[in-house]
Design a protein around this ligand. Sequence first.
Ligand SMILES: [Zn+2]
Length: 434
Amino acid sequence: MRSFKPIIGLEIHVELATLSKMFCGCPADHFGKPPNTQTCPTCLGLPGALPVPNKKAIEWTILVGLALKGNINKKSKFDRKHYFYPDLPKGYQISQYDEPLCFGGYLQTSSGMVKITRVHIEEDTGKLQHKIIGGKKVSLIDFNRSGVPLVEIVTEPDIHSAQEAKEFAQKLQKIIRYLGVSDCDMEKGSMRLEANTSWGLNLGYKVEIKNINSFRFLGKAIEYDLKRQKKILETGKTPQQETRGWNEAKSETVTQRYKETADDYRYFPEPDIPPMIFSKSYISKIKSQIPMLPEDKMRLFIDKYGINTEYAGILVQDKSRADYFEKACVFAAKQSINPKDIANLMLNRGIDGKFSDPEKFISSLVSKNVKKYSGQSELLETIKEVIKKEKKAVADYKKGNDKVLGFLIGALQVRLKGRADPKVARNELIRLLK
Ligand SMILES: [Zn+2]
């Protein structure tokens, strides 16, 4: 076999956390709600119901596109994508075809740049539930999810390993969470991953893998399927162009359907919604809403606060934690407390979970500092007590075993309830032991 390298592109769907659905006034937050309680004629696809686009959802999609350094189409429109499936009551999905809201852009991974093809908005489908009722297999449909705004982010086939695909998806999740437009919770299905894989663009096939609901499965599914394709290629054949699903129980991908082409969908412009025209000022207003994104924030923590790369990386994982750290640092500066200590207390002691308010956290540190260390006479008295009590350890120390010092300091701290200044205590202990 000639040497080929894996060619991977991703299609990522993200449900937006808007209050209402994409084309009607039903609540968009559908997770865990009793089935079919958040529906109306529009999202049930009843005849005569007219869609009214959600302005916020369009704005947020543009925000995602801009955060990925993409371009915004000055004119954009909705299109109908036709296919039959029971969870799609209209028989078509309102999506975007040739004039998406955003095109271009990129995201940098540690292996290189991954270009973004497009970012568009569409509506989510209903949800099928396969159950056994009275001994019979039945499929139930819940339309609460029908019409929820869904952003689709498509990459160029610039990814060359399962690891890089995972890294890309994780970075994207972080960025979208920083933008505050989706919780990107994969367990709830508000972020869904699909991978297009092959061993070469000119081999005339690609395999789309769906049903991936964790970063780990994304990696496993890509690795599994690339191996499967390679075996076929090694026999001189070309793998089938198809859509496969990840079956976690069996740790393998399975055929779902043979791939449709765009022609099969009979795309045509949505006649019930006029095209959208965006002014420069409208776009720049949205652009101004982009907060500092995780990578820049990480740089800031390293450069401004002297935090090491590892800790800075963990701090920016979650925007609320990064914000907490920054606020704490502002108060800490007034008390000459080192930001490194703040980072340490947050990451190793989970302080941010104990104090919801960073200012209170810092003042707790200040008050601890004030009463932290016992007075010199109390310290010396207690050291003497410990030396008297811990005869065996003292004897060991005198035989040359320095390690018992730690034990003695521990005993001292217990008596002083942690108020011994470790450095002073150690020096005094050594002095008195002599
Ligand atoms: Zn509705």
